[in-house]
Ligand binder design. Structure first.
Ligand code: PLP
Length: 400
């Protein structure tokens, strides 16, 4: 082993520790759910994206087991070389119907869907204009492209600022770019607010740009049966590229791109993670088909998600906590100071609640918060335990 490299690693890690940015994952010792066993302790889990409680649903488990019996456990090859089974194809057809788009292509994750799709759609004659709060996987996808995208050049607009977006579109037209892509999260993952998609689509149409929306946190949460932000705003046929995850509300893993047949064909030929990385095990596709069936036919989990989310937000607001204008189940509880947020996370854990402090650089300096995610998997009792913990911890911090 190279000593210089090892000591570099040690120094970097120490620097993260000094800045309170060093991560130690806690270990889940039970299935994902509202109440879990974690690091040997029973806690209410407010940090899971398992919005609908499908990660451990009996029907989804049964479908996965049946697929193992039928197909075995691996696809055996990257998808275009022979790793596409009929169960993968069935999932894509079902997703396309669900999204009201011509076609869907599934990638192994939302992250890989972004890093596969974005660079494939852009050349060095193009520009991509993005919201400053877009997810890291969008940012990485954009960086992999040869398009112009830099903030310093004016291609990153302040969060949801439509005047700034219009200004950038005008400038892009003046500079004569071939294609202009606008890209945004549908639901912003740290603040829980919704992108102004109708305005974005209107501006795109006016300035001849195309739109990509990342619906990782809108899939299963917003729109008809959870079909996403385009459905929520009734913008069918007007969003060029919709990304969804299969890892969050759908409870399994994967990401997909929904759009035209031409887009799908292009990504099969030019989407690098599709071309060079093995596809999902067949049980993943089968579990997802079952999960999607539940989403389409049983309104109960989504109703419970929203009623729990509303209860939780109202209860926090009644107690004077600031939930930062969140419009979706993602509920940040504003703290401000980084050190205080981290202390709050630790005290909440002591009270039996797992909710993470989100601090710089994930969010801006001095905008630290505890991020909470109520879900369909929580009972009333779970949420009232959590609320009491928040109150108790606040009192402790006040008198400290
Ligand atoms: C979680 C997330 C992703 C990544 O999805 P995975 O399926 O977990 O890889 C992409 N975009 C956004 C906005 C996300 O929140």
């Amino acid at each position: 082993m190279n000593a210089d490299f090892q000591s570099w690693l040690g120094e970097q890690l120490q620097s993260l520790k000094d800045q309170h940015l060093y991560k130690v994952p806690k270990i889940l010792q039970s299935p994902a759910g509202g109440r879990v066993l974690m690091n040997g302790k029973e806690v209410v889990n407010l940090s899971s994206n398992n919005y609908l409680g499908l990660a451990n649903h009996p029907k989804v488990r049964a479908a996965a087991l049946e697929a193992i019996e039928k197909w075995g456990v691996g696809a055996g090859a990257v998808r275009w070389i022979g790793g596409t089974m009929s169960v993968h194809q069935e999932l894509e057809e079902k997703l396309a119907k669900f999204k009201h788009t011509e076609a869907v292509l599934v990638f192994t994750g939302g992250f890989t869907a972004n890093s596969g799709c974005i660079p494939a759609c852009l050349t060095n004659h193009d520009v991509v204009i993005s919201d400053e709060l877009n997810h890291a996987s969008i940012i990485d996808g954009v960086r992999l492209s040869s398009a112009s995208y830099r903030k310093g050049d004016g291609w990153v607009y302040p969060h949801k600022d439509m005047d700034a977006l219009e200004f950038a579109l005008k400038k892009a037209n003046e500079q004569g770019f071939e294609k202009k892509m606008i890209i945004t999260d549908g639901v912003f993952s740290m603040d829980g607010d919704i992108a102004p998609l109708p305005d974005i689509v209107r501006l795109a149409e006016e300035y001849n740009a195309f739109v990509m929306v990342d619906d990782a946190h809108a899939s299963g949460v917003l729109g008809k049966n959870g079909a996403g932000t385009a459905s929520h705003f009734n913008l069918y046929g007007r969003v060029d590229i919709q990304l969804g995850t299969l890892s969050k509300a759908l409870g399994v893993m994967g990401g997909y791109i929904a759009g035209s047949t031409l887009l799908k064909e292009w990504l099969i030929n030019r989407g690098r993670p599709y071309l060079f990385s093995t596809g999902h095990p067949p049980m993943v596709a089968a579990a997802l088909i079952a999960a999607l069936d539940i989403m389409e036919n049983d309104p109960e989990p989504m109703n419970r998600l929203w009623s729990n989310a509303k209860c939780w937000k109202n209860a926090l607001a009644d107690e004077g906590f600031d939930t930062m204008g969140s419009e979706t189940p993602i509920t940040p509880v504003y703290v401000g100071d980084e050190g205080k947020a981290q202390e709050m996370e630790r005290l909440l854990w002591e009270e039996g609640v797992y909710a993470l402090a989100i601090v710089f650089p994930t969010v801006g300096r001095g905008k630290a918060r505890i991020r909470t995610m109520p879900s369909a998997a929580h009972t009333e009792e779970d949420l009232s335990l959590a609320l009491n913990a928040f109150k108790k911890v606040r009192d402790k911090l006040k008198t400290a």
